[in-house]
Design a protein. Sequence first.
Length: 579
Amino acid sequence: MGRLLPEAFLAKMKRMLGDDYPAFYASYDDPRWYGLRVNTLKCSNSEFLDLTDFRLEPIPWARTGYYYREEDRPGKHPHYHAGLYYIQEPSAMAPVELLDVRPGERVLDLCAAPGGKTTQIAAKLAGQGLLVMNDIHPDRVKALVKNIELCGVRNAVVLNEQPDKLQRPFGAFFDKILIDAPCSGEGMFRKEEDMAKAWQPDWVTKYAAMQRELLRQAAVMLRPGGRMVYSTCTFSPEENEAMIAEFIEAHPQFSVRQIEAVNGLSSGRSEWVDLAADLAANEAAERVRSGNDEREREHRLEGSRLRRPGNGRAGMPASGMEKASAAIKAQAIVPPPSESGSVEISDGAKRAVEGTARLWPHLLRGEGHFVAVLEHAATPANDESGDAGKHSELRSETGQAKTEVIQTGQETRRQRGSETALRPSVKQRSQPAVDMQPLYRFMEELAPTVQVGRLVLYGEHAYAAPDGLPDLHGIRVIRPGWYLGSIRKQRFEPSQALAMGLHADDAVRTVRLAARDDDALRYLKGETLDMAGERVVRSDESVPAKGYCLVCVDGYPVGWGKWLDGMLKNEYPAGWRWI
Ligand SMILES: C[S@@+](CC[C@H](N)C(=O)[O-])C[C@H]1O[C@@H](n2cnc3c(N)ncnc32)[C@H](O)[C@@H]1O
């Protein structure tokens, strides 16, 4: 595969790695490593190991991570549909391990989609505390929502917002923040050959500009004493060591916490900060040179077009206008030189990056990652946030179970369909317009021990909002909490997310299927099942067999069914089915 890699990339890696380069290059001919992470919101490591037939080996840097063999195909297994694990590239599991999330904390995942690391954070929170997930890309947010539902995450809010807009509600709010930054993706080349083909040397500069902004924006939202992890899946020092050195230089209230170089992890290298400056300068010179060439080429092209009669508007040919506008757009994300790489970096900041970590594909069994752990000083020294501490009292703002209902006004046009945007524009804490009784009745009858806490209604959709959330007025909220279902015409329809957030023992009426039985597969394919009433498991005899049942595979919920007269009607959503 090495020969498919861009030459400019290889030349850069050679300069960076020196004697290590041959081993790095040779790693492209090694097989890929496949990983899954046990979802401890559903089951413990040992419960999963007892249940599964996959041949697994522990991933040394991730407590719940395992290598699997490609032929075991865990993406095609009923246990995947039960959310018992998440398929995740092994080195991508390191950043969240280093974020050191504890149950009860407030955590922000700023670039969360499609959800690998965020579901790992959710598992570490163990259902306690608050997880705010954000991503700027609307389509990727849809995948994120599906993944958190599959994993049974209950205490998360999903946003689709520009990070700088989050600073108003969330100034100095979070205990932990993850910035799994968009990057030039050089660590993905072995996994996705198309990435290697598409890669351009100037991606590094463009992504570095975004990363610089994301770090700056995130820093404002971390509480004094909090911890932030910055990670990428790329190798370029401009996006890694140099980015962190520059951040530390500009934010004296932060320090780099040393990551131990164990389990195959290597330390970041201070000399790569200077190398990055050199590479950035070369890249900028190259850009100017190719820009000049391009302008000259266009100039000649336009000249020849303009000489032809009837071509172009107002003397400018259409293609020239399009190219000009594309060039302007491209420039918009390249920062001016004073903001990129030309900041004077002190020796102290350079030395600090030796505390960061590299996961190299030639030194461990993973595709590659960079991780930096950044800690905010415990006192708000040199604090940038005008809102520091403003929301700390919100931690205890808890509504009584099933009593405090926040309704927002009418459903917006964009809201229809489960993954579309919700705008919390109007809030009323009095007299809900939608009668909540059908929801209360359903929960009391089917899952009487489950406390859903503070309810939020968007139109007819009901959510259980996590505690401690500040006012999100003006923020694009995709999910204000655990989606419970909808109330239409005095009837409650439970959501798939509700089923996935429950445990089998929560429900008084269940149908228990085994992964190896045909019925499990038929259910996951959306088929109606013939089923004698005795197969409906009821918590006691007073519970009728008729009605909604929580369908479980090997004891773990996969969705809803409705039992009536010897049949289990399938309520498994079309978009989730086994194909
Ligand atoms: C490396 S991916 C994140 C992967 C994710 N953490 C996971 O583990 O599944 C980077 C993400 O950043 C998002 N992104 C890019 N620019 C952003 C911005 N300015 N603010 C928030 N998210 C952004 C992209 O849409 C992309 O989903």
